[in-house]
Design a protein around this ligand. Structure first.
Ligand code: FAD
Length: 422
């Protein structure tokens, strides 16, 4: 697990970390680093990935190394995650594939109303993720959700053979939980699924720190304010190739290899990890992460508001102070891993709350109940930078213009009327 990039703020010299099985420290002295450490959606209580991934490592490692982050406030919530109170906590937030709606699945509230008729009479259940997620949350908030805190997704009008053929994995999963999708609805609620924000890069994945590249969900800017289903896997393949080629060119180039690493930074960082291993404090990293997740879930969810975002920032600051007194296991324990994750999580959660507060409009996946319209003046990226004294500073930047090929595709006004990928 990588815990720190070796950087003087303008150039990266490698990375530090530890072997999670052995507990030994690792030091990589390299000419370039490509960060591909995923996103930050598991910083919400309900999320679609595992608990130990997408905790913000990628963006936070880059930020601490001197790189600029952007768009962290844009978080995509998938409309249909499984409901923990109905299927067990282990399943909470796990995806019910969009294909269930693609194959004709209908959403109903607890009063039996097909509520998408009100929110999106033309597109109904197949409207964009943010529209459907907001509709579900509005129904639940209005008291029309199920007693388990979800709504119903019903495909029981299709026969069993059809469901088993078209949605085999979904059928099997619910069948194993004692639910027959061909005779009864399943319970779903939105779940945090993809972070559009991340590290600012150029079109080769290069950041503003020499030698540092970021790709995949760690990078910002590829999906604007709202990713379309399926585009993330494409992104990982495309930028893996592009950044790989850029780095290969760079390390082969004359005079480009960085100078050897000084040891001070590494020694200081490893001493910090030493002090954390076995620390005998009062708060476990697991509990601290759970609290942080609840802060974002409650204060920076699907439909945001200034008052709640400010409360979220206050609660985060309070938690950060208490997290100075952690109770941590040894370096091979999961609690040590979570303690490292917690450090990354604080950085990204702060950026998210600050950006969501600053963006006084609704755009893409970012929705403000107190600013429900898109504001043309806000056609800007919020950027997050680390000051010399370690504080977070925000700035804004004008987004670039699309290339002619992309603009042509936008002008063609394609309609997305069937969802198969997440
Ligand atoms: C359930 C689910 C279904 C999805 N379905 C689709 C789909 O159908 N189509 C689509 O386009 N997208 C889909 N997505 C989104 C897509 O899968 C992700 O955006 C994509 O996998 C991101 O790839 P990545 O390589 O950037 O990061 P990841 O796949 O998250 O990989 C990051 C890797 O870095 C490692 N890592 C993290 N931190 C550290 C650290 N500190 N040190 C060392 N290693 C670290 C992690 O262990 C992981 O192996 C889905 C996501 C989920 C959760």
């Amino acid at each position: 697990m990588i815990t720190k990039l070796l950087s003087d703020g303008s150039r990266v010299y490698g990375a530090l970390g530890y072997d999670m099985d052995e507990g030994t420290y690792l030091l990589f002295n390299t000419g370039a680093v490509i960060l591909a450490a995923g996103g930050y959606t598991a910083l919400y209580d309900r999320h679609s990935s595992r608990d130990d991934e997408n905790t913000g490592d990628g963006p936070a490692l880059a930020y601490e190394a001197g790189a600029t982050l952007a768009d962290i406030e844009f978080v995509q919530f998938h409309p249909t995650g499984m409901v923990g109170d109905r299927y067990g906590e282990d399943w909470d937030g796990r995806l019910v594939t969009e294909a269930v709606r693609g194959e004709g699945g209908r959403l109903f509230n607890a009063e039996g109303e097909r509520f998408m008729e009100e929110y999106s009479p033309d597109q109904m259940e197949l409207d964009a993720r943010d529209v459907v997620a907001r509709a579900i949350e509005s129904e639940i908030e209005a008291g029309r959700g199920t007693e388990n805190g979800g709504v119903y997704l019903d495909i029981s009008h299709r026969d069993r053979a059809f469901i088993k053929e078209r949605l085999p994995r979904m059928y099997e999963r619910f069948d194993s939980l004692g639910v027959d999708m061909s005779t009864e609805p399943v319970e779903v609620a939105p779940t945090s699924h993809y972070g559009m924000g991340g590290v600012v890069t150029d079109e080769t994945g290069k950041t503003d720190v020499a030698g540092l590249y970021a790709i995949g969900e760690t990078m910002a800017g590829v999906h604007g304010a709202n990713r379309l289903g399926g585009n993330s896997l494409v992104e990982t393949v495309v930028f893996g190739k592009v950044a790989g080629e850029a780095v290969a060119d760079r390390v082969d180039g004359p005079g480009e290899l960085p100078a050897p690493l000084g040891t001070d930074l590494a020694e200081r960082h490893l001493a910090g990890l030493d002090a954390m291993a076995g620390a005998d404090g009062s708060l476990t990293p697991e509990d601290a992460l759970a609290e942080l997740r609840m802060i974002l879930e409650t204060h920076a969810g699907i439909r945001r508001h200034e008052t709640e975002l400010r409360e979220g920032l206050d609660e985060l600051a309070d938690l950060r102070e208490r997290a100075g007194d952690l109770a941590v296991g040894d370096r091979t324990s999961q609690s040590f891993e979570f303690a490292v994750d917690l450090g990354f999580a604080f950085t990204v959660a702060e950026a998210l709350l600050r950006g969501a507060l600053e963006r006084t409009e609704s755009r893409g996946a970012h929705y403000r109940r107190d600013y429900t319209d898109r504001d043309p003046d806000w056609r800007r990226n919020i950027q997050y930078l680390r000051t010399a004294d370690g504080e977070m500073r925000t700035d804004t930047a004008t987004p670039g213009e699309p290339s002619p090929a992309i603009q042509d595709a936008v002008d063609a006004d394609h309609e997305l009327d069937y969802h198969q990928l997440e």
